[in-house]
Ligand binder design. Structure first.
Ligand SMILES: Cc1cc2nc3c(=O)[nH]c(=O)nc-3n(C[C@H](O)[C@H](O)[C@H](O)COP(=O)(O)OP(=O)(O)OC[C@H]3O[C@@H](n4cnc5c(N)ncnc54)[C@H](O)[C@@H]3O)c2cc1C
Length: 336
């Protein structure tokens, strides 16, 4: 165990915010985590993955514990599926590539999402028409107070749109240790979302396969989203809000071009990026905090923005969208 004090977190969050942790430690097994908890139970704990969905608005007055548990194990298989258990500290995209190499289907549309396996269930990551809960089988998580391992099924996790029990009732209570996925031996393709079909055509793909779908998603994402290595960011800062159909219809009369997707249950999902753009924020910059020029949903740090500056900008955006559309956006990024 190597506990560091007053530890700089700039290279541990994709927003590149220059915050510090009172204490910092890494663990590669549940035993190492337990060992730490026995010695330092007095401080609050923040479990860190790849740091790609967080915004530090101040220094963290507790311990940041980085989860480095590794391992990809094929547990068992049947005629249709493989069941693969993956350590929480494995990189998400590397796991996607591993699945493609083994011809395990289901997460090819989730290619190039930054971060680690352990955080994927926290907000039920999703992209290009697929969400994690479609391939999720179970997870193992260590309860930080009870000091014991729980196994949670999909029902226990209460997955929703960019949401799970870990953002609500169980917030900050568990360290996720591993996730088990149920992946298909025979792929079912989801290519109608976004520009996947056009991209596949451009790539000259005649017969669909998961490697090609993954590459198409990678190409589209690389052309649209800012690379955090070049312009630090945490992806979509806000969720797309769901509103009742009546509210959508009223908005549509006022804003005929409003971008929206009908959902099954009498609600409609509005494109937050479109609303932010209509309020004039796209490409806006104040100091080093900004709203990306190509993708209004993404807030960026052009260099030395503080977390507070990014947060204040997000607050201004929330207020202006609410004034114009009467819709209160919700932040997707975890504010710390
Ligand atoms: C350029 C870019 C594009 C993105 N695109 C998408 C996208 O298309 N779809 C999408 O859904 N997300 C997207 N994201 C957001 C992000 O990639 C995901 O939310 C990812 O799952 C975060 O993983 P992480 O390991 O970086 O989590 P972190 O940022 O380290 O942590 C996020 C939260 O999870 C908690 N946590 C992390 N690991 C554990 C663990 N083992 N146990 C318990 N709690 C834990 C943390 O405490 C924190 O609250 C994008 C981000 C970026 C920067």
């Amino acid at each position: 165990m190597q506990i560091r004090e007053n530890f700089p977190l700039k290279s541990y969050n994709t927003f590149s915010i220059d915050a510090k942790a009172r204490l910092f430690n890494e663990f590669s097994s549940v035993e190492e985590l337990e060992e730490y908890l026995m010695l330092y139970s007095q401080y609050p704990i923040f479990i860190l993955g790849g740091g790609s969905n967080i915004l530090f608005t101040k220094d963290y007055d507790g311990t940041v514990l980085k989860n480095n548990i590794r391992g990809i194990d094929l547990q068992h298989e049947d005629a249709e599926y493989v069941y693969v258990k993956v350590g929480a500290g494995e990189n998400w995209h590397q796991f996607v590539l591993h699945c493609i190499n083994h011809n395990w289907a289901g997460i090819e549309n989730l290619s190039l999402i930054p971060g680690n396996i352990g955080a994927a269930p926290i907000q039920n990551i999703g992209a290009y028409g697929v969400e994690l809960d479609e391939v999720f089988w179970s997870l193992e998580a260590f309860h930080l107070q009870e000091r014991r391992i729980h196994t949670l099924t999909a029902a226990d996790c209460e997955f929703g749109y960019r949401d799970s029990v870990f953002k609500n009732r169980y917030k900050d209570q568990f360290a996720i240790l591993s996730v088990t996925f149920q992946l298909k031996k025979k792929p079912v393709y989801h290519v109608s979302y976004g520009a996947i079909t056009e991209e596949l055509e451009k790539m000259g793909v005649r017969e669909l396969n998961i490697k090609a779908v993954s590459q198409a998603v990678i190409n589209i994402r690389s052309s649209k989203l800012p690379d955090p290595e070049k312009i630090p960011n945490s992806g979509s800062f806000f969720k797309n809000p769901e509103v009742p159909t009546e509210k959508y219809e009223a908005l549509k009369l006022q804003f005929p071009n409003i971008v929206a997707y009908p959902l099954a249950k009498g609600t409609v999902k509005l494109a937050a990026g479109w609303m932010i753009e209509q309020c004039g924020w796209k490409g806006y910059r104040k100091g080093d905090a900004g709203c990306h020029a190509k993708q209004a949903l993404v807030l960026v740090n052009y260099g030395n923005a503080t977390g507070k500056e990014i947060y204040d900008l997000s607050e201004e955006i929330l207020q202006s969208v609410n004034e114009k559309f009467g819709v209160m956006l919700e932040r997707e990024v975890n504010i710390i």
